[in-house]
Write a protein that binds this ligand. Sequence first.
Ligand code: 2P0
Length: 349
Amino acid sequence: MADQEIYRASTYAPVNIAVIKYWGKRDTKLNLPTNSSLSVTLSQDDLRTHTTASCSPAFPADTLTLNGSPQDISGARTQACLRELRHLRQSVEEQDPNTPKLSTMKLNITSGNNFPTAAGLASSAAGFAALVRAIADLYHLPATPTELSRIARQGSGSACRSLFGGYVAWQQGTHPDGSDSLAYEVAPASHWPDMRAVILVASAEKKDVSSTAGMQQTVATSALFQHRAENVVPQRIKAMEAAVHGRDFAAFAQLTTRDSNNFHACCADTDPPIFYMNDTSRAAVRMCEAINSSAGEVVCAYTFDAGPNAVVYYLAEHEDVVAGTFKALLGGLSGWEGKRGGAVKTAES
Ligand code: 2P0
């Protein structure tokens, strides 16, 4: 082992929070969604996964460690990512016979999150994005973020959006092979640099119903969901792109809160019903409504993923009235973990 070389690359990937939600797969093997989605990438100074990928002729097996615990990587999703990346590396090696045959070596991957894993804070998104980019860097692949998004999507759908900073869309695509189900940049973070988010952690527990299981139960049973995917989301994606391009916070906020509520209504319409929001989440909704009402304009927008934690978007000029109000209340508001709530920036592009 001592005289055998170890090749290594490290990277960070940020969390993204959807403002037009992905929920539902038309192909569970390839993670192809029933509708397009759009997200805001958070600053990796705040919530992120750090991943180091290594390979060596001395390694006996592929391994993955997350936050110090060994993970099972035999699942089809992780294997699909590793297979695709090795395949691209083989092309590099075929073009340059002198380059080391990294594709034949076993991989050791170590990963760490600086936030609760699987608590509805998009840990799988940052996790698979970091895994794919760390291995792509290790292999010196000449792949664009959009090309890597096709691979990360197979690990976890929302991961494809974490390969970009700023405002990112994942187009559902139409090809059965998933070749056009990719993420693209709607606008870099620098386009709307005063966008902020505060994350209110109602619970850092692992969620009851996994997204993967929950969304397929919704697809199978909810008539409301079918309406959402076919009639609601396509217009909202266009309207959200226009709101971002025009830096129209009122339009951004209305689309964000309505889409969150529509997504959770579809969860409630699932048989058996799925409830990700709780009483604490609903208190945050009322608080946002109260802040907007007393400001006399829309200054904040809430959204909830597959868990009870709130993400509240606002502009820097309203830091005091939005983040200040929540921070002042966190300690006194039953159910919130005040110490973990904090304002985070949206990502630099
Ligand atoms: C989203 N969520 O757009 C939506 C909103 C949760 C609610 O993407 O099965 O972990 O790995 O593709 O990406 C969470 O689902 O699901 C998710 P898989 P994923 O961010």
